[in-house]
Design a protein around this ligand. Structure first.
Ligand code: COA
Length: 338
């Protein structure tokens, strides 16, 4: 059913990545892989990794500051902070609290949201609902990820570790009192299917593991590193992404060819090419940056949005579609008008 009444809009976008660039050649010095293999299978050329002193919350702050400046707002103007991540800075409290501290955000409520690579779109949906319900006027939505410190940087973990990078993106979502303002959120749809949870996951530490969550054995066995059934994930991603994208466009009565720009989660360039092919979306309507940043999970979509904005790829009146798929499994799509 199409939405009616109050709407929310994105008024600012921002991103922050660490300065340290890690090339495929550098990874090949630490494991049995090659620039050719990584580029052919994933499209990734390099990624960013944090250095000593950098944190997920610090990246989130950088992204937030750009988004706030673009929206012409200050931290004190925010009503709520939602931060999506799968790589929490600590087990608890959530990364959003460390961001809150860095922003000196007074008593503004903040919370972490865990929906992995679809996390940003899930958070965007919640922000949209909080605003449309009249509860809040201005919500900061962040996707922030530091993968580099949790990867198995050896041949054992090469299928996963070549894919992931560190980065954060942020948007400001505000109530849209004048319908038709740029950045209007037209639709967001989201789905989960927990039966696939162990197909892409980190097993340990685990609060279900007795008597303690983490043992030396778990570390030695590499159970602390992400494990992925790559082909299984790939197969589901290329069918679920078009599915939820079409569901979202359909709910807004928009056709595939009416959309001006497509932002897909940056997990693998081959996945995005396959999704575009299935939906007959021309190459020049798809904006990717995985070549430079790898897969930054919840950070990827807001980073794309920020970079597309920085590069002038989003023009007034254009329809921009965002779609993600991730561990869980989760999948989600949003449609916005600028
Ligand atoms: N460098 C070199 N060889 C590698 C490698 C690497 N980094 N990683 C895996 N290989 C090897 C495998 O060991 C395997 O060797 P074998 O044939 O001797 O057993 C071979 O390459 C093929 O492995 P496979 O896993 O079948 O490759 P693939 O074509 O499926 O590509 C992925 C691997 C990870 C790129 C791909 O499966 C993928 O992108 N999956 C989805 C990932 C994703 O979206 N994840 C995040 C969701 S949010």
């Amino acid at each position: 059913m199409a939405r009616s009444g109050a709407r929310a809009k994105i008024t600012g976008t921002g991103m922050k990545v660490p300065d340290q660039v890690v090339t495929n050649e550098e990874l090949a010095e630490r494991m049995d892989t090659s620039d050719e293999w990584i580029q052919q299978r994933t499209g990734i050329q390099e990624r960013r990794w944090i250095e000593e002193g950098e944190t997920p919350a610090g990246l989130a702050r950088g992204a937030t500051e750009e988004a706030l400046a673009q929206a012409g707002l200050e931290v004190a103007d925010l009503d709520c902070i939602l931060l999506a991540t799968l790589s929490g800075q600590h087990d608890f409290p959530g990364t959003s609290f460390f961001l809150h501290e860095l922003l000196d955000a007074g008593e503004i409520p903040c919370v972490d949201l865990r929906a992995q690579c679809s996390g940003f779109l899930f958070a965007l949906n919640f922000a949209d609902s909080l605003i449309v319900s009249g509860k809040f006027e201005r919500v900061l939505v962040v996707g922030a990820e530091v993968h580099s410190t949790g990867l198995d940087i050896s041949t054992r973990g090469r299928d996963v570790s070549v894919i992931f990078g560190d980065g954060a993106g942020a948007v400001i979502v505000e109530a849209n009192h004048e319908a038709g303002d740029p950045g209007e959120i037209l639709e967001v749809r989201m789905h989960s299917e927990g039966k696939h949870a162990r197909r892409l996951w980190i097993e340990a530490p685990s609060s279900a593991h007795r008597p303690v969550r983490l043992t030396h054995e778990m570390i030695d066995d590499g159970r602390i590193f992400p494990k992925m059934e790559g082909r299984y994930v790939f197969k589901h991603a290329v069918s679920r992404m078009p599915e939820v994208l079409l569901e979202t466009l359909g709910a807004a009565s928009v056709k595939v060819e009416d959309v001006d720009l497509y932002l897909f989660h940056q997990a693998n360039l081959r996945i995005n090419e396959s999704v575009a092919q299935r939906l007959e979306i021309p190459e020049d309507k798809v904006f990717n940056n995985i070549q430079k940043y790898g897969n930054c999970s919840a950070g990827s979509i807001p980073m794309l949005l920020a970079e597309a904005t920085r590069q002038g790829r989003i023009q007034p009146g254009q329809l921009v579609s965002m779609t993600a798929f991730g561990s869980g499994f989760t999948w989600a799509s949003a449609l916005t008008r600028w």
